[in-house]
Design a binder for this molecule. Structure first.
Ligand code: UD1
Length: 429
């Protein structure tokens, strides 16, 4: 299994290309199941999760071809893919694919809306806590689907088609909003999603659905109204920039004491992150090509952070901000409100010399003057990258094992970082 080795201490400098957002591309790919026409997506990142979604969609009958690598992102992906589900060949999403990636559950809404039936394996347990899909299922039931759970599979049936409904989410869920938004475009009548997720990836999906012929009001707000039953057709859509990748590399610049221009990054999607970083002594400013990040006046300062649904501070940057805070002056209280059990990076950071105490959903980080490299291992995507960040600042060598997590969500991480001066290598074996 491949490893990443980081020799800490080098400040990052230069221009780094931000990829299209994985979390936008996955639901956009699933949306191709809503029409028999072709959906063309550009700025698609080259990641293991994208390949998993492509395998799943092919199983359902979609033809997927890679059209090109875009000229404006020569070194780093930015692929254009064409997806066409002229016919749905199979309405079952099997366990062996769903277990690899929870986002597979996003085919449920489109399949049941188009075919009146879908069988999707229950995603099961997950390293970052118990992540149920009850909100997805409750919403589909309110739209008239009959839901059964048998032999580890969700079976949803709506032989006469789905119908519009008012769905009030008791809790903000990105995936449930996306699943029901897609289903509602083909349901008969009006659907209102109340307390919907406002994440930019949800809006990106909504804009693509509109380009496909859907009628959606309230995009970007927590109330989405979908006038369903429209015939959806093909469209071309560019995947929004990855704000989590942007935030991760912003913190890489900050922790290494360097300066990066993040090409293609969208500052307007990062308000909460920019506020936190500013309080921590890190300046982010928009440039013509993206966003520039550097330490404002030398030292990093401890700052309290609480994760929240968008527009709050994203849970997907919690591990990275914690890595940054391990070497800041003073203390930082980091509170995770979205997922239980999302502190698996803490013991690994501690092995590198970080001073962190966890009390329930909060972690108190007291900054240390230096981290020390160590062999580390992580159990999820964002935890893994937080260890790479820590490695950039640490004295000596950090060896990161189990890097398949990184391949799921960071396109050519070691190449991007080493092109900006990081001493990082990927070794096989
Ligand atoms: C998406 C992102 C993930 C991110 C998360 C929160 C994708 C592919 N993944 O995951 O990277 O960390 O949003 O921003 O876009 N919940 C329920 N019942 C449900 C659904 C969710 O209780 O039916 C809970 C979850 O356990 C969690 C919270 O709601 O506590 C938010 O989860 P959700 O927004 O649904 O996350 P995902 O869509 O799985």
């Amino acid at each position: 299994m491949d490893k990443i080795i980081v020799h800490g201490g080098a400040a990052l400098h230069g221009r780094l290309h931000v990829s299209g957002a994985k979390n936008a591309a996955l639901p956009l790919m699933a949306a191709s199941l809503l029409t028999d026409d072709a959906l063309t997506l550009s700025n698609v990142p080259d990641l293991a999760d994208i390949a998993t979604m492509a395998s799943l969609l092919r199983r359902h009958g979609a033809e997927i071809v890679s059209e090109s690598i875009e000229a404006d992102a020569p070194a780093f992906g930015g692929r254009t893919i064409r997806l066409q589900a002229a016919q749905i060949a199979d309405t079952t999403a099997p366990y062996d694919l769903v277990r690899k990636m929870r986002a597979s559950v996003l085919v449920l809404g489109p399949l049941v809306a188009r075919c009146g039936i879908a069988r999707v394996s229950l995603p099961g347990g997950c390293a970052i806590g118990n992540r149920p899909v009850d909100l997805h299922l409750k919403g589909l039931a309110e739209m008239g689907a009959e839901i059964d759970l048998t032999s580890g599979y969700i079976e949803a049936r709506a032989p006469g088609g789905l119908r519009g409904a008012e769905i009030v989410f008791p809790k903000v869920s990105v995936g449930a909003t996306e699943n029901l938004l897609m289903a509602a475009t083909l349901a008969e009548g009006e659907t209102r999603l109340v307390n919907a997720a406002r994440e930019p990836e949800v809006s990106d999906l909504a804009r693509c659905l509109v380009a496909m012929g859907a009628e959606i009001e309230g995009i970007g707000s927590d109330r989405l109204t979908i006038h369903g039953g429209k015939h959806l057709h093909g469209a071309a859509h560019r995947v929004v920039a990855d704000r989590i990748e942007t935030g991760t590399y912003a913190m890489a610049a900050a922790i290494s004491g360097g300066e990066l221009e993040l090409i293609g990054a969208r500052m307007d999607l990062l308000d909460a992150v920019a506020d936190v970083l500013e309080s921590a002594g890190v300046a982010m400013e928009p440039t013509e090509a993206g966003v520039r990040v550097r330490r404002a006046n030398g030292n990093l300062i401890g700052v309290d952070v609480m994760t929240e649904p968008f527009p709050g501070f994203p849970t997907d940057l919690q591990a990275q901000i914690m890595a940054l805070m391990t070497v800041a002056e003073g203390a930082a209280m980091i509170t995770e409100t979205i997922f239980e059990n999302r502190f698996m990076h803490v013991p690994e950071l501690a092995r590198m010399g970080a001073n962190i105490n966890v009390h329930g959903a909060s972690a108190m980080v007291r900054g240390v003057s230096r981290l020390k490299g160590a062999p580390v291992m992580a159990t999820d995507l964002r935890a893994s990258v937080s260890l790479v960040l820590a490695g950039l600042a640490a004295e000596g060598e950090t060896i990161l094992n189990r890097i398949y997590h990184l391949d799921r969500g960071y396109e050519r991480l070691h190449e991007k970082l080493s092109a900006c001066g990081a001493r990082i290598e990927r070794v096989s074996g």
